[in-house]
Write a protein that binds this ligand. Structure first.
Ligand SMILES: [Mg+2]
Length: 318
């Protein structure tokens, strides 16, 4: 392996959030991540690990693993896919630096990318004030449980009528709820509903509403059912791990005529910037993770009117 004898080190990073980030299965007011560093000669490649609780990741477990395994030469021996992704991103950065390649060149000098912007579960008052900030952006993603769904949809219709709506239920709806509300949901400008029901129950879905698989679309899940139920897939690098597996998931989607929504976690620019290299394969981006942080890394992404703006001064690549 070309990374033999490269030491992996890490720093613990804590990022406070601007607001409480609430979705159907839980909420948080800060994120704790690891800034991973892989060094070879004078060059240091960086990546960010964000614990993915939904898939039983924990920071303690990962720290223990990294303390024990200081040289990781085979990514497939790393169980956590989010850690695999972080290491893969750090390796990629290291390679760019060693070969003196600017990351801007990889992005074909594109700086501005359209992205969906997420509004987590808020009170209606707070929701309205957020809607006013993002009025009429192209794609607005709203996190919802089963409560007051139509109140929130009416608010979007009123305050941001031109936005295409993405509902993300994070497995929080029942099959019955989806069925009972299908007719009403069709009246709104909805692009798709992301993961309405539990990943283990989705084979029972019968609906004409456009759906996107997130929790159901994962490296370790059976992919056969996906194309029968969903028209979209949310590809988050943290669910697929290394670059080759992310590219395979993209190929799978293309082959099966599934549209690609490129996703992320609540994370800093150090997670999102490496993902930008996949944007050319994707239909809609969902790369707003750093928008929720009070303070991001230096020269991090900026967000404006539904676009993210990449600053080539960010420390990634040569
Ligand atoms: Mg989701």
């Amino acid at each position: 392996m070309k990374y033999k004898n490269c030491r992996v080190t890490f720093n613990l990073k804590e990022f406070e959030l601007r607001n409480i980030f609430k979705i159907s299965r839980g909420s948080k007011d800060k994120i704790t991540t690891l800034e991973l560093k892989i060094a070879k000669n004078q060059n240091v490649g960086r990546g960010e690990y964000v614990p993915y609780k939904r898939y039983n990741d924990s920071l303690q477990k990962i720290i223990k693993f990294l303390r024990k395994n200081k040289n990781i030469s085979n990514l497939k021996t790393v169980e956590s896919l989010a850690l695999r992704n972080a290491l893969s991103n750090a390796y990629y950065d290291l390679e760019l630096k060693r070969n003196k390649i600017n990351y801007s060149k990889i992005l074909k000098y594109k700086k501005k990318f359209n992205t969906a912007i997420t509004i987590p579960i808020y009170t209606e008052k707070k929701f309205i004030s957020e809607l006013k900030k993002f009025r009429n952006i192209r794609y607005l993603k709203i996190k919802l449980n089963e409560n007051k769904v139509f109140n929130y949809l009416d608010l979007v219709k009123k305050h941001s009528p031109k936005s295409k709506i993405i509902i993300d239920a994070n497995e929080g709806w029942s099959i019955k709820f989806l069925k009972d509300n299908e007719r009403m949901l069709k009246k709104y400008n909805i692009l798709f509903i992301e993961q309405p029901v539990k990943s283990s129950k989705d084979h029972n879905i019968k609906t004409k509403l456009p759906l996107c698989a997130d929790e159901s679309f994962h490296l370790k899940n059976d992919k056969q059912k996906i194309k029968k139920i969903y028209q979209w897939v949310n590809i988050k690098p943290d669910k697929f791990g290394c670059e080759s597996d992310i590219l395979k998931s993209i190929q799978y989607a293309k082959k099966n005529k599934l549209k690609i929504f490129l996703g992320c976690m609540v994370s800093s620019s150090l997670s999102i910037i490496p993902s930008l290299k996949y944007t050319k394969y994707c239909n809609v981006l969902d790369l707003d993770g750093p928008l929720f942080l009070k303070k991001d890394y230096k020269n991090g992404l900026k967000y404006k009117n539904g676009y993210l703006i990449y600053n080539k001064k960010f420390n990634y690549g040569f």
